[in-house]
Design a protein around this ligand. Structure first.
Ligand SMILES: [Fe+2]
Length: 298
C-alpha cells in the first residue's frame, strides 16, 4: 500500500508558498528549443537529442519506438469504434481524450511528453485530439502551418505542436503527411504561390513510432493510393498561454476520472492553471498563478 501524503501544517504551507514566490522571481526564460535543467535528464535517458535538433532545425522529426506496436493496434480499434459512432461516419472521431484509457495512455507516453516539453514548455495543454481514417483515394494536398490561428511573425518560442500517431505506420503511398523541411524558420504562413511551388517530402513512419512537427512548419496531409486504411491519432499540444482547440475541462468535473488520472494528464487538460480561478469573492488562485509563472519560462 502506498503511503498517503502527510497534511502540511499552516507554517509548512506558508513556507512552501514563499519558496515558490521566490522561485518565480528567480526563474529565467529558457531560449527556444533550449532544454531546461529539469528536462535534460529525461532527454538523455530517452535518447531524444537528435529529435530535439531535427524539430528545431527542420521543423519535424520521427520519434522511434514510443510504444510497443500492440498499443497502436489497440488505438486503431478505439479510433475505428469511435468513428463508427461519430457523425463522421467511419471517417474519424473528435474530442478523444477521456473517451478511452488507450487514448489517455498514448497522450502521456514519456517520449511524447518529453518532446512536447522541449518544444512548447512546461505546463503545456492538450489542444486537439482527433482520429482520422483514410481509405484508397482519400486525402488531398493543402500546405499550411498548424499555428494557423496565430498572426505572423510567429513567436520564436513554438506555440503549437502536432503529433501524428499512425496506428499502421505511414508510407508515401499510404497517404503520409508531407512537409517542407526548414520552412519553420520563416515563422510565417505560406503564400498561395508557395502552396503551389514548394517542394515537399513524405514523412515515413514505422508502426510504433510517431511523427511530430512544429506549429510553424508547412505541411500537408497526403493522398492514399493503395488499399487498406491509414488510421491516425492527430494529437495537438500547445504552449500554456495559447487557447486550446478542444475544451476538456468537463473531465475535471468528473470525480472518478480525476481520481484515476495521472498528474500529467490532469495538467494536459488544465487542472493546474490559474486562468478563470478568480471569483466575485477573491482574486486568482495565487498558488496556481505562481506555479504557472515558473512553468511558463521553462
Ligand atoms: Fe496540419
Amino acid at each position: 500500500m502506498t503511503e498517503q501524503p502527510q497534511e502540511q501544517s499552516p507554517e509548512g504551507q506558508a513556507a512552501a508558498y514563499a519558496a515558490m514566490v521566490e522561485q518565480s522571481r528567480n526563474t529565467a526564460t529558457v531560449a527556444p528549443y533550449a532544454i531546461s535543467d529539469d528536462l535534460r535528464p529525461t532527454i538523455d535517458e530517452l535518447d531524444l537529442w537528435e529529435n530535439v535538433a531535427e524539430l528545431r532545425d527542420q521543423g519535424y522529426t520521427v520519434i522511434k519506438d514510443v510504444a510497443p506496436p500492440e498499443l497502436f493496434d489497440q488505438l486503431r480499434e478505439v479510433i475505428h469504434t469511435l468513428a463508427e459512432e461519430s457523425a463522421m461516419k467511419g471517417k474519424g472521431a473528435s474530442m478523444l481524450l477521456g473517451r478511452d484509457p488507450v487514448v489517455d495512455q498514448v497522450a502521456t507516453l514519456p517520449k511524447v511528453l518529453a518532446i512536447a516539453e522541449a518544444s512548447i514548455g512546461q505546463g503545456m495543454r492538450a489542444s486537439q485530439f482527433v482520429g482520422s481514417i483514410l481509405h484508397k483515394g482519400d486525402g488531398h494536398l493543402n500546405l499550411h502551418a498548424d499555428a494557423n490561428w496565430l498572426p505572423a511573425p510567429f513567436p520564436e518560442h513554438n506555440c503549437v505542436l502536432t503529433f501524428c500517431m499512425p496506428c499502421e505506420g505511414m508510407t508515401d503511398e499510404g497517404g503520409t503527411t508531407r512537409v517542407v523541411p526548414g520552412s519553420n524558420s520563416l515563422r510565417r504562413h505560406i503564400t498561395q504561390e508557395e502552396m503551389e511551388n514548394s517542394e515537399h517530402v513524405p514523412i515515413e513512419v514505422e508502426k510504433g513510432s510517431v511523427a511530430v512537427w512544429d506549429g510553424a512548419v508547412w505541411h500537408s496531409g497526403g493522398i492514399r493510393t493503395i488499399p487498406g486504411t491509414r488510421t491516425v491519432l492527430h494529437a495537438t499540444y500547445q504552449r500554456m498561454y495559447v487557447q486550446p482547440i478542444d475544451d476538456y475541462t468537463y473531465l475535471l468535473e468528473d470525480e472518478e476520472y480525476v481520481k484515476n488520472a495521472s498528474e500529467e494528464l490532469l495538467g494536459l487538460i488544465g487542472a493546474g492553471l490559474f486562468y478563470g480561478t478568480a471569483t466575485l469573492d477573491h482574486g486568482v488562485d495565487l498558488q496556481k498563478f505562481f506555479s504557472s509563472t515558473i512553468k511558463a519560462k521553462k
